[in-house]
Design a protein around this ligand. Structure first.
Ligand code: SF4
Length: 363
């Protein structure tokens, strides 16, 4: 099993790059656009350290800031490396609440007194109903998410049964998120036809001790290895705005890049009552946009999907995210919080003239 490594940060090299943002962005553009190569760890750390409000004026952009230039570059990278389209996905919670883990951002943890109370597993007919409704809206993939440390044998059998039923009754691919896996479980999920497994690293290795104590970052890393080694697509991302530094955001993006994830969900902390992070100030919209552009520039190939907390962090700047590197949205409600309606999101995409892949006919 490969040992997890944290990308080395050379402080002197990073500081030198930060002194000239225009030159740094030109170097990044030459790598990503001209040569179609990924950027270096020092470039990623430097992008994270930039003063995003500093003026950066070019011939094409007579007024503007470093953030404007980063978003513009991130959008061009997204279009070149992925496509013009934005993919929409809805998720269903197969089991909500009562999780024994203590992730400090999560209202589904049984370690905290939150408004989310443990629910029984969704029944077969509830899952089928949700799958049918997702397919009717044009979804091509159906993701079932369980709030657990990892699947026990009863849950494994449930997942395998539901996967077979969704395959039999719909044309959709099945994706699953059910926590930490063993090698045998990864093998069985692959054999059952689970196409993609979601398991977020959540935070940089250097910040993770502030996120959870009941499991380690390395356990999450090992599960990602199992997903990849057993031939499932890797879907892994994290949450920003938990108190990490911008440099730790770059660290997380670089760590995720090790797995070349097909998809990267980017969540923004939505401070939930009762959790240890309840009183943390949400990120500012401009800080959130900086994180989006950074993730795109470090992970140019991925389906970068805005997920939970985007309404809180981005506020009225959601559309700037879609023109700054994002090419996927979780639509409808998240696992424990309400999102905007799918119709509002599709209208926003139409207003921006961005083609939509996935859920259709929502207007
Ligand atoms: S993030 Fe996942 S593992 Fe952590 S407490 Fe929430 S449901 Fe459990």
């Amino acid at each position: 099993m490969p040992i997890a490594t944290t990308p080395i940060r050379d402080d002197a090299a990073v500081a030198a790059l930060v002194t000239d943002p225009a030159k740094l962005l030109t170097m990044v553009e030459e790598s990503l656009i001209d040569r179609r190569e990924t950027i270096s760890a020092d470039q990623a750390y430097a992008l994270a350290d930039l003063d995003i409000d500093a003026a950066l004026v070019t011939d094409e952009r007579p007024e503007g800031t470093v953030l404007d230039a980063m978003l513009d570059l991130a959008h061009r990278v997204r279009v070149l490396w992925t496509s013009e389209e934005v993919a929409l996905e809805s998720i269903v919670s197969g089991k909500t609440g009562g999780c024994p883990e203590d992730c400090t951002f999560c209202s589904q943890s049984s370690a905290f007194e939150t408004l989310v109370k443990p629910q029984p597993l969704l029944t077969e007919s509830e899952v089928l109903q949700a799958a049918a409704s997702a397919e009717a809206q044009g979804a091509t993939e159906f993701c079932i998410v369980y709030a657990v440390r990892g699947p026990d044998e009863r849950l494994m059998e449930n997942i395998l049964e539901l996967t077979a039923i969704v395959h039999a009754k719909t044309e959709m691919d099945v994706a699953v998120s059910a926590g930490i896996l063993t090698a045998d479980q990864a093998k069985r999920l692959k054999a059952a036809g689970v196409i993609k497994y979601n398991h977020n690293l959540e935070a940089a290795r250097s910040f993770f001790p502030q996120v959870a104590t009941t499991h380690t970052w390395e356990e999450r890393w090992e599960t990602l290895n199992l997903i990849r080694d057993h031939g499932m697509e890797v879907c892994t991302g994290g949450i920003v705005g938990m108190g990490e530094t911008p440099s730790q955001r770059a660290e997380l993006a670089l760590e995720l890049a090790e797995f070349r994830p097909t998809e990267t969900p980017l969540n923004f902390l939505n401070p939930r009552p009762g959790t240890p992070m309840a009183n943390r100030e949400p990120m500012s919209p401009r800080e959130a946009l900086h994180a989006i552009a950074l993730f795109r520039l470090v992970l140019p190939w991925t389906l970068l999907r805005l997920a939970g907390g985007r309404e809180i962090a981005l506020q009225d700047l959601q559309s700037a995210g879609l023109l700054g590197g994002v090419n996927g949205l979780i639509i409808g409600n998240y696992l424990t919080t309400l999102g905007r309606t799918p119709q509002e999101d599709v209208k926003m995409l139409k207003d921006l003239d961005i083609p939509v892949r996935g859920v259709q006919d929502l207007l």
